[in-house]
Design a binder for this molecule. Structure first.
Ligand SMILES: Nc1ncnc2c1ncn2[C@@H]1O[C@H](COP(=O)(O)OP(=O)(O)OP(=O)(O)O)[C@@H](O)[C@H]1O
Ligand SMILES: [Mg+2]
Length: 247
């Protein structure tokens, strides 16, 4: 059963086709990996799925309802959260206040309850010690976690993540990926752009492969990672696919 879906999306920018007749879906509990070389349309797909881009053709469905016209704020209110390829945080605010913004649309009204949720989320992401720090002083990896905390704190129904482990190294990337797998297992429908095939192999339930705006493969993780489409683009993803497939 699909919770968040794109149906027949097409989008071009000037002469460039960013997406062409793209259909993808994620059901509750699914973590769908989005793979593709640079410029293949991954971020454009994420922008459309979260209402930040109104596609030229096609529609976005949430729980089977057409929500294409709702826009980013409307989808956020309906429980669709996201993170960005380059983190977008309120630089002069503290970590705690940035995460609090993630509760903007939440039903929780009492300030004390909100602060408790923020504290719990900072704990879960291992950044409780950063609570009072101003975001502009943080490292890249710390910012990634703050943005994830902001996306997760409102208990979204669907989560769309643009390269959540980019710039994190080894154990840090693994830890975030495992956390995301746990979030999906709790019943959230998730899409995640991810270049590291090892991470994809470990946590994604299904995978979509984009190339030049087209879905060139889509299916269960093992089958897609072992398939021709991933073989064709693996050089551009920068990781050894065979390591991931045999892991
Ligand atoms: N706002 C825009 N204006 C013009 N062209 C755009 C715009 N957004 C995306 N594009 C173009 O659309 C194509 C797809 O871009 P997109 O950012 O979706 O790719 P991507 O797969 O996320 O790439 P990357 O791996 O580099 O993040 C690219 O050719 C890009 O230059
Ligand atoms: Mg991108």
């Amino acid at each position: 059963m699909s919770l968040l879906a794109a149906v027949g999306l097409s989008q071009s920018f000037g002469g460039v086709t960013a997406l062409e007749d793209v259909s993808v879906e994620a059901g509750p509990g699914e973590l769908v990996g989005i793979l593709g070389p640079n410029g293949s349309g991954k971020t454009t797909l994420v922008d459309a799925l979260t209402g930040m881009l109104r596609p030229e053709r096609g529609r976005i469905e949430l729980g089977g309802v057409d929500v294409t016209a709702r826009g980013a704020a409307g989808l956020a209110r309906l429980g669709v959260a996201r993170t960005f390829q380059t983190t977008r945080l309120m630089e002069p605010l503290t970590v705690g206040d940035n995460v609090l913004l993630g509760l903007h649309c939440a039903a929780v009204r009492r300030r004390r309850s909100r602060l408790q949720l923020v504290d719990a989320m900072l704990d879960a992401l291992g950044i409780a010690d950063l609570d009072g720090r101003v975001v502009r002083e943080l490292s890249h990896g710390q910012r990634r976690r703050v943005e994830l905390a902001r996306a997760l704190v409102g208990s979204p129904r669907a989560l769309v993540l643009d390269e959540p482990t980019a710039g994190l190294f080894g154990p840090d990337a693994q830890a975030v990926a495992q956390l995301l797998a746990g979030v999906a297992e709790s019943g959230v429908a998730m899409f995640m752009i991810e270049h590291d095939l090892g991470v994809v192999a470990e946590v994604c339930t299904r995978v979509v492969v984009l190339d030049r705006g087209l879905v060139v493969d889509q299916g269960p993780t093992r089958a897609v990672l072992a398939g021709d489409a991933v073989a064709a683009i693996s050089g551009e993803l920068g990781r050894d696919r065979f390591e991931a497939v045999s892991a």
